[in-house]
Design a protein around this ligand. Structure first.
Ligand SMILES: Cc1ncc(COP(=O)(O)O)c(C=O)c1O
Length: 420
């Protein structure tokens, strides 16, 4: 650690030691004068690119008028504007909104609402999920033990069922789907009975746990099980939302209507804002005063988020994510044919994984070495997955065709460096 960093907690991990000065679009500009191609998007946050001029303008304008109108005390226009913008892009039926600051807080809010709406105590999560780092959301997170290490015991009432991860199991999609549905039903018989289950929460594309797209029909099966037993279906779209997968929300690929949806990350283009969207009929069960927070519905976050959604609509970032994602997958599949250590290439839109496997085992050494070699090519990438053997492709969604090719060339150079 640089001596200038004394006084900063070492609890954060760091993917790089870059001291950044400013950023624009898909590029970071370092203090050193170097320029870096950002394929991390701040872990899925800067979907509109770094410092999109329209988001910057909205933040500037709002900060000159009102930085903070605490929402338990006054109403303000940015929240009204944001709700109107969100209503135009939400899956049908999700028409009521609560806002917080982080993804974990959104998940906490969703669970609290589900508990009030059903009067039930438990939550079912899927293995490999990441839902946050607060105590409750840590208990809901099973993507890696590092998030729980030394913090146990964690809150109870959380039960885990397998995520349908075909490549991991080595099965075709139909077999994996049938297995995961059977196991979910078993969870409701063996761990948390339906009349004690408030919610089943699922990432419609598994994020931190490995960028896994569930087999077609699995989300619908979860929806049907929830309907059968009066359980709330919560879609955690914190990472997959806001055009990332080629639609505004990943549930829209299969026209799934969750009861509650969480959102954060891409919502504010970097301003800390998160939220939940839910069906209006649940509102009468969520008693006034039983939830909130100082920064809940914060003015600057709402202004940035309303501008973000407008940019996404105007620039059709969903369509760009789908087109650039197709370009990315095509080239990655060619590279997979050249480098058998790339065991799987999968994804949706610009939420794509390359999973590294050697002798049938997760190969985190190669995955980490390729990320490090890409860093030498001035390209920033992140890993994911329980075994750290997956590189996740998560560029800003304003990325051009040329920038995507540029990133793929740098990745190929990194592969050559590591694998020869
Ligand atoms: C699906 C999902 N849910 C929740 C969270 C937690 O969000 P935050 O880190 O903003 O608390 C994340 C963060 O990566 C996430 O990917």
């Amino acid at each position: 650690m640089n001596s200038d960093m004394n006084g900063i907690s070492s609890v954060w991990t760091h993917a790089t030691d870059i001291m950044v000065d400013h950023a624009e679009g898909c590029w970071f500009y370092g203090k050193s004068g170097d320029k870096y191609l950002d394929f991390t998007s701040g872990i899925g946050v800067t979907n509109t690119g770094h410092c999109h001029p329209k988001v910057v303008e909205a933040i500037k304008k709002q900060s000159e008028k009102l930085i903070f109108g605490q929402f338990n005390i006054v109403y303000h226009e940015p929240i009204v504007d944001l709700v109107n913008e969100l209503k135009s892009v939400m899956p049908d039926g999700l028409d009521t909104f609560f806002f917080a600051s982080s993804g974990a807080e959104a998940v906490e809010a969703a669970v609290k609402l589900a508990k009030h709406a059903t009067g039930r105590p438990n939550v079912i999560v899927f293995n490999g999920s990441f839902h946050g780092r607060s105590h409750l959301t840590m208990a809901m997170t099973t993507s890696k033990t590092v998030y729980r290490e030394g913090y146990q015991p964690l809150p109870g009432g959380i039960f885990v069922s397998p995520y349908p991860y075909s490549f991991y199991y080595g099965w075709d999609d139909d077999t994996t789907k049938a297995f995961a549905i059977k196991e979910l039903k078993r969870t409701l018989s063996g761990q948390s009975q339906p009349d004690e289950t408030a919610a089943i929460i699922i990432e419609p594309v598994l994020g931190e746990g490995g960028y896994v797209v569930p087999p077609a029909g699995f989300l619908q099966a979860v929806r049907e099980i929830c309907d059968e037993y009066g359980i709330m279906m919560i879609a955690d779209e914190v990472q997959s939302g806001f055009c990332r997968t080629g639609k505004f929300f990943a549930v829209q690929h299969e026209d799934i209507k969750p009861d509650i949806m969480t959102m954060a990350k891409g919502l504010g283009s970097g301003m800390p804002i998160s939220g939940i969207a839910y069906k209006k009929q649940l509102q009468k069960k969520w008693r006034t005063g039983t939830h909130g927070g100082t920064y809940s519905g914060n003015t600057m976050g709402c202004a940035a988020a309303a501008a973000t959604v407008r940019v996404m609509k105007e620039e059709k970032l969903d369509e760009n994510a789908a087109a650039r994602g197709g370009q990315l997958m095509n080239r990655l599949k060619q590279l997979q044919a050249e480098y058998p250590v790339i065991g799987d290439v999968r994804g949706r839109g610009c939420m794509v994984a390359t999973e590294f496997i050697k002798d049938g085992q997760p190969d985190s050494a190669t995955s980490k070495a390729v990320i490090a070699a890409a860093r030498e090519e001035n390209m920033l990438m992140l890993g994911c997955g329980t075994y750290g053997n997956i590189i996740r492709w998560i560029p800003p969604l304003v990325i051009s065709e040329d920038e995507m090719n540029d990133g793929l060339t740098r990745f190929e150079n990194a592969l050559k460096k590591v694998l020869g």
